[in-house]
Design a protein around this ligand. Structure first.
Ligand code: SF4
Length: 72
């Protein structure tokens, strides 16, 4: 895979979120530069639009993303 299309405007990728996790660098490598299709933020963005992505959602929250997309 390649880089996520959201890189330039993503609060997580640009270190704009409160409480950035210690794992942030490895998440960026894993998700933002590779498996972005499984990133929770990306999943909600694609399904529902940017406005629906929770401000505090991290890439590894795939289950949370599925719940939101399902209407929860
Ligand atoms: S993979 Fe997720 S966290 Fe990374 S830039 Fe894309 S939407 Fe943002």
């Amino acid at each position: 895979m390649a880089d996520c299309e959201c890189l330039s405007g993503c609060p997580f990728f640009n270190d704009k979120m409160a409480n950035m996790p210690a794992m942030a660098a490895s998440y960026k490598k894993r998700y933002c530069h590779n498996e972005y299709a499984t990133c929770g933020r990306y999943m909600v963005f694609k399904a529902l639009g940017k406005a629906k992505v929770p401000a505090d959602m991290f890439p590894n929250q795939e289950e949370r993303a599925r719940t939101i997309i399902a209407g929860g």
